[in-house]
Structure formats: C-alpha cells, structure tokens
Design a protein around this ligand. Structure first.
Ligand SMILES: *[C@@H]1O[C@H](CO)[C@@H](O)[C@H](O)[C@H]1NC(C)=O
Ligand SMILES: *[C@@H]1O[C@H](CO)[C@@H](O)[C@H](O)[C@H]1NC(C)=O
Ligand SMILES: *[C@@H]1O[C@H](CO)[C@@H](O)[C@H](O)[C@H]1NC(C)=O
Length: 640
C-alpha cells in the first residue's frame, strides 16, 4: 500500500516537471546558482537554507542564479563529536541510505526526506540541489543494511540470496579525504547498481533537480559509479543536472572519459578565498579550453568544466563546524579577476557566500551584465598568450616569471619537487609500486619514490624514515601494535609527518603539502613498506603513490583570455598576476589571427573597458591597459 502511494505521487511529480529541458537541451548554458559549502561548511539547517533561498529568489534569480544546492553531510547530526570526518553520527534509513538529519531538517520527519524543502524551492521559481558522497557510508556497511530493490520495494535478491551493504562495499576504496565516512560500491555487481539506483530514485522522488556527486572525480576517480548514476539519471522523466567533484589532478584526458555522461565537473581542488587558489586556475582552465571541453556534449545536453564556487562575501572556513563568520579575504581586484576568469571560461557560476548578508559590492560582481552575457553566450573562449606586459619594474615575459615563482615555491615546499603530488590508492594498484629504502648515513634512512619519467631535472621524492619505536615514548602495548611501521618525515621539516588522510578536500593550492601534519601517535601517520615496493598506511590500508603533474598553481605573470559575443563583439580579458601594476598589451593583428573570421580582422574597432567604464576609443594597432596588481581589465571591442 505504502509503495503504491509513493509511486503514484512520484509519477504525478515527474509529470509536472517533464517540460524542463529547453529546446537546446539540458544545461545548454553553464548552470548558475548558490551552494551552501563556502558559508556553512556542512552545518546548514532548514531554517538557514530557506532564509537563503528567499534571498536567492529575489536578488539573484533574475540574473539566472537558479540552483540552490545543499552541500555535504545534510544527514549528519549536529551534536558534540560530529565533524566532517566523524563516524557514527549519520542518519540512515533501513536500506542504508542517508536521510536528512531531522534535528537540522525538521520537515524531513516521518520519511519525507527533502520533499517539502524542494517544493518550497520550486514555488520560488528555483531548482533544488543536493550533494552526495561516493558510494556507501561506513555506517551502512557497519550496520550491514540490506539493499533495496526499487522495482519490487523489497530487499534485493539475486542468486537465491539477499544482498547487504558488506557485499557491495569496497573497503579498500575509501574516499581519500573522508576516510571514515564513505567508500566505493562495486558497480559490477547487480546489488551495487541496485543500491545506487535506490539512492538516486529517492532523490528524484524528493524533487531534486541537481546532484553534486563528490569523491568520484579527479584523483578520486570512480568511473563505475559515475556511469551507473548517469544511467539512472538519464532514465528519469525529469532532467537532473549531474555535477562531479572534486577536480584535484583532473586532466582533459581524464575528463574525456565522462564529459558525455555528466553536465559539469570540477577541474581543480577546492577553491577558497586566497590569491594562490585563484591563480591556480589559469593553467588548468586554459588546458580544458584548448581540449574543446567547454560546452561539449553532456548528459541529455551539454557539459562544463567547473572552476568551483565563488568564495565572496560572508564565509566560513574549510572543514569547519561553524557557520558563516568572516569576510572573504580576496581584495576587490582579486574578486574581479576571479569573476572575469570564471565567466570567460564559461564555468558554472555558483555563489558560495552567505546570501543573507549579500553586500552591494558582491551583488554587483555577481550580476555584472557583461560578465553574465559572456558566461552564457560567448564562443571561441580560450587563453590568448600573445600579450606583453611592462611595469615600473621592467618588461615581463609571462613564461619566465612563472618559473621564478616555481623555484621560490620549491624552496619552501615540504616536498622536494614542485611537480610531484602524492596521493593514496589501492595497494593492489600497479601505480603504488615504486618505493624503496635508501640509507643516507648510519642514523638516517630515506624512503624514496623512484621516478619513472625520464625528465632530467626531476629530484627524486624522498621522506625521512623514523622508527616509531625509537621515537615514541608511549606504552609498550601500543608500540607493539605498530611494530615494523614507521613515521615518515618531510625531508625539510623534522616535525611534519606524512598523514594518510587529509581529513577534508584539498584546496587548489594545497596539493603538495596537505598530506603532512604535525607528528602524532596516530595510525594515520604509520606506514609500512611492503616487499613489493608499496607503502601502506596503517589506518586506511591504502598505499601512497606519487604522480608528476605539470603547471600547477602559477600565479605570476600576465595572462589574457578572448572570446566572441553573440553580436560579433570581441571580448579581451587581461589579468595581472604580478605584485606590481602592469600595462598589458595585445596586438590587433594577433587577435585577428586567434579569432579568424571575426570582425576584428575586417575593420575599425572601438574599445571599452568594463570595470572602469572607460572608452578607449578606436583601436589602431594594439590595445594597452594598465592593470592593477592581481586585477583584471575586460575590454569589449565593437568592430565594423
Ligand atoms: C567486484 O565484484 C566482482 C564480481 O564479484 C569481483 O570479481 C571484483 O573483484 C569486485 N571488485 C572489487 C574491487 O572488489
Ligand atoms: C605587435 O606587432 C608588431 C608589428 O606589427 C610587432 O613588432 C610587435 O612585436 C607585436 N607585439 C606583440 C606583443 O606581439
Ligand atoms: C603488494 O603487496 C601487498 C602486501 O602483500 C599487497 O596487498 C598488494 O596487493 C601488492 N600490490 C601489488 C600491486 O602487487
């Protein structure tokens, strides 16, 4: 009886929303909206969320901000002891599925899930989104809950038996940044697929229009889960935007495997309000544009490389248990740079600050009509490297400055090489093989990663080994437990140990250092070198591997992006990543070559700068503009 009711209301609901796909397809322009993470971390309540959607509907909806997304851990009880990687505080149903914490989301009581919240959001003309972690929760696995067969409304049976959480969970594939919380499910099993289907059909029943699936992309890549979820979403009557996160170590090659089955995917680690995080987006964004991935075919429509939320206005801190409590640390110039890059790279624009405290400066950034026009409707978007810069400190060639910055960074980096990034993978993964010990002198032994690449100047990545037994003064019992295991110290710091779990998602700028933390007696900091050359972490059982990456954060130099507009106008954005005001120059003839067939080759062009409102007059040979440190100039060329 209950089941029949649920399904008939589901059909009614789906019927109501079946006309949402526009004629150009799903996500035909980069999705735009708000996400609760930068302002609330995981702690947002129903009351705070509904207050926020009211403001979004009034102030931002007219500018296309239509998705209102509840970020992670909406099912976690907000009680003492609970935090982003705590275990045992989640509310799950009898099928092992997370359901909203009734303490924070009172309308979910009685099995309603997010139905009421979603309906209020829809009444305001907005769309409702939620965040979902990879696979299955450790809590469901520990409780060994049965899997729901949605087609029958009973426990999933196959080969004459009932399947449970332990049958489908892959314990060795925990989410690297939330090791206690979630792990992959085996999607080659019928029961694994049935579990994911039971999750996503329930979300659809609640009225969800947007899902942010986390810990499945970048270095957390789980193509099995992405494929199954996409299949489930594709079969719904009501289109749901499918978004992937995070993008740590994402590359165009990795993205090409999934662009066709999703609508947006992150291409960097988490973006917070630091200049280095903003700067970390230039190279990777250029590479995704060059690979023609902006607006590629996606799930039931298009897909978009996602540069992450905009941490402007009133914020919280990453991994925090507190709500919004501080102002963004970005200067106005840095905020304009971020908005301009995000817009001209056609990233989804998801505001992250507390909308209840929206100030005029932030509103005018978020609603700048030229930026929004560029974000939705421009084409041929790409980096334009043929620019030059000159400042009072002399002429600048952008590439050289990048290298200077790198070597400076190398010195203070905790790792030996700027282009190597450490991460965790299954110990059965061939890529985890490559560690060996090397004695430096009588007292000091290294554990080093042998670099497979043939790059000449790459220093090997080494860690200093310290026998836990010798170094620690804990009691004997404890010590025996860690017999044969070692602490691994950063080679240039005696007090920082390699840690198996970063406890939260990495920021764009943090890739290299976040696996080190102050040394403590913690299984997360115990490592064992296996005879086959893998290095296993005692807590997670995962193994460490080192990847070479090129072109990470590089926030020095001058950069430029170009695009063409719907009316044939040409957009030229200049970015000054230096610490001194710099005059940036682009040649008209070079622009014409970069945008063949555009009006810039034909005739006379009049230029206007958007932020200053300055009319630059008729451009004869070149455009030049003095750009403040960390700032941007956005020039619109109208040529006839
Ligand atoms: C997933 O299940 C299949 C079928 O039973 C099995 O062969 C495979 O080893 C499992 N994969 C993992 C990673 O456990
Ligand atoms: C601009 O073009 C002139 C020739 O027309 C050339 O001498 C100059 O080097 C060019 N500048 C840039 C930045 O390409
Ligand atoms: C290496 O050895 C460990 C421990 O014996 C094992 O669990 C792992 O699967 C092995 N990895 C590979 C890639 O052979």
């Amino acid at each position: 009886m209950k089941i029949i009711l649920v399904f008939s209301s589901l059909c009614l609901f789906l019927g109501l929303h079946s006309q949402r796909v526009s004629s150009q397809g799903h996500a035909s322009t980069p999705p735009r909206g708000w996400n609760s993470y930068d302002s609330f971390c995981w702690t947002i309540s129903e009351e705070e969320y509904l207050e926020s959607v009211d403001v979004i509907a009034k102030q931002l909806r007219p500018y296309g901000y239509e998705y209102a997304v509840v970020d992670y851990l909406w099912y976690r009880k907000k009680v003492p002891g609970a935090y982003v990687d705590s275990l045992g505080f989640d509310v799950i149903d009898k099928w092992g599925r997370p359901i909203p914490d009734p303490g924070r989301w009172p309308s979910s009581r009685g099995g309603n899930g997010f139905t009421e919240v979603a309906s209020k959001v829809h009444q305001l003309g907005l769309k409702f989104g939620i965040h979902l972690m990879r696979g299955i929760s450790t809590q469901a696995v520990n409780a060994n809950t049965p899997i729901l067969d949605v087609t029958k409304g009973t426990a999933y049976k196959e080969a004459g038996r009932i399947w449970t959480a332990k049958d489908i969970a892959i314990q060795a594939r925990r989410c690297a940044w939330m090791q206690n919380g979630f792990m992959s499910v085996n999607t080659t099993l019928g029961a694994g697929k049935a579990f994911l289907k039971s999750l996503y059909l329930q979300y659809d029943e609640w009225g969800v229009d947007f899902v942010k699936n986390d810990c499945v992309f970048g270095e957390d890549f789980d193509v099995g889960e992405i494929t199954v979820v996409s299949e489930v979403l594709k079969q719904l009557n009501h289109p749901v935007v499918y978004s992937l996160s995070p993008g740590t170590q994402a590359s165009p090659a990795l993205a090409k495997g999934i662009t066709g089955i999703v609508n947006m995917y992150r291409i960097t680690g988490d973006d917070w309000d630091t200049w280095d995080d903003v700067g970390a987006h230039f190279d990777v964004t250029r590479d995704f544009a060059a690979a023609n991935l902006i607006g590629a075919d996606g799930l039931l429509g298009k897909s978009w490389p996602d540069l992450d939320m905009l941490p402007l206005g009133w914020l919280t801190d990453p991994g925090s248990n507190d709500g919004p409590h501080r102002q963004s640390k970005l200067t106005l110039d840095e905020q304009r740079t971020q908005m301009t890059l995000w817009s001209i790279a056609k990233s989804p624009l998801m505001y992250g600050g507390d909308v209840r405290k929206l100030d005029d400066a932030t509103i005018s950034l978020l609603t700048n009509p030229t930026l929004l026009e560029i974000n939705s409707f421009s084409s041929n978007n790409k980096e334009f490297p043929l620019i030059s810069g000159s400042s009072s400190k002399g002429d600048i060639k952008n590439a050289d400055l990048g290298n200077t910055w790198k070597s400076r960074r190398q010195l203070k980096s905790l790792q030996t090489s700027d282009s190597q990034v450490l991460h965790l993978t299954s110990c059965a993964d061939e890529k985890a093989i490559g560690w060996s010990t090397k004695a430096l002198d009588q007292d000091l032994e290294h554990i080093c990663w042998k670099e497979h690449s043939r790059k000449k100047y790459q220093t090997p990545f080494c860690l200093n080994k310290r026998e836990s037994l010798l170094a620690m003064k804990e009691d004997i019992m404890y010590k025996q437990q860690y017999q044969g295991k070692v602490n691994l110290l950063a080679s240039d710091r005696e007090d920082m140990c390699l840690h198996g779990s970063p406890k939260r998602k990495l920021t764009s700028n943090e890739l290299k250092t976040s696996f080190f933390s102050p040394c403590e007696w913690d299984a997360n900091q115990m490592w064992e070198l296996n005879p086959n050359g893998t290095l296993a972490n005692s807590y997670s059982g995962l193994c460490a591997t080192v990847n070479s990456v090129k072109g990470k954060a590089n926030p020095v130099g001058v950069r430029s992006w170009i695009a063409t507009g719907r009316q044939g106008e040409i957009y030229v954005a200049f970015f000054n990543l230096n610490s001194a005001k710099t005059t940036i120059t682009a040649n008209k003839s070079n622009l014409a070559k970069a945008l063949p067939g555009s009006r810039v080759s034909a005739g006379s062009c009049r230029a206007k700068e958007v932020w200053s409102g300055q009319d630059l007059g008729i451009i004869d040979k070149a455009i030049s503009f003095g750009v403040e440190s960390h700032g941007t100039a956005l020039i619109v060329l109208s040529c006839s």
